[in-house]
Design a binder for this molecule. Structure first.
Ligand code: HEC
Length: 173
């Protein structure tokens, strides 16, 4: 009796083991698949769950050109801060990312009608945090408060990252 209970328990354990192994196997497959799918979209960490946003081709192209300006903007800010040129860095932030930054001939107004509300909110948060960064940089001329500058820079890039994590673009046919 005792023996058969033991073997029953043994069987149950074996069965659980097999199920766990099976689960692990399929989870593994799934994550490999997700990784593969993600890699195709340039994100090697996880499955691509970003919302797809469709733009007409000229708007799509000007948006990406504009994005490259944003990256150049952050780059210039970092470079100029490294050289101690805070006022110039403030100008660079305003020019490339600030509220007055014009998205070109097919610019903001054209983009806005195709943007989901969440994307629009992240866009304006990015522009206003860039304006705050410019203020922190102009203050650093007097205070030399680099911690405030980097905190403000982090708020700008936080919006870049949040939007890139949430949305992707494709030109309409
Ligand atoms: C409101 C949303 C949003 C914000 C804010 C944003 N981006 Fe983007 N960006 C996008 C989307 C969407 C794409 C297209 C991604 C895709 O389709 O895979 C993109 C693409 C890019 C690209 C690729 C350009 C190309 O030629 O392919 C760069 C570089 C970039 N962004 C830089 C930045 C930087 C730097 C910031 C912040 C200073 C920023 N972006 C802020 C939405 C945003």
């Amino acid at each position: 009796m005792r023996k058969s209970i033991l073997s029953l328990v043994g069987c149950a354990l074996l069965a659980t083991g097999a199920v766990t192994a099976e689960m692990k196997h399929s989870m593994h497959d799934e994550s490999m698949h997700a990784k593969h799918a993600a890699k195709m979209h340039g994100n090697i960490e996880r499955e691509d769950r970003r919302e797809l946003v469709l733009y007409p081709l000229p708007v799509y192209e000007s948006t990406l050109a504009n994005m490259r300006e944003h990256l150049r903007g952050i780059h210039n800010v970092q470079k100029l801060v490294g050289e101690g040129l805070y006022a110039e860095a403030a100008d660079a932030a305003d020019r490339a990312m600030g509220m007055g930054h014009n998205h070109g001939a097919h610019g903001s107004a054209a983009e806005h009608q195709f943007m989901p509300a969440g994307m629009m909110a992240l866009g304006s948060a990015m522009h206003s945090s860039a304006a705050d960064l410019a203020v922190a940089l102009r203050e650093a001329e007097v205070t030399d408060d680099l911690q405030a500058v980097f905190a403000a820079m982090g708020k700008v890039t936080e919006n870049c990252v949040a939007c890139h994590d949430a949305y992707r673009l494709q030109p309409m046919e």
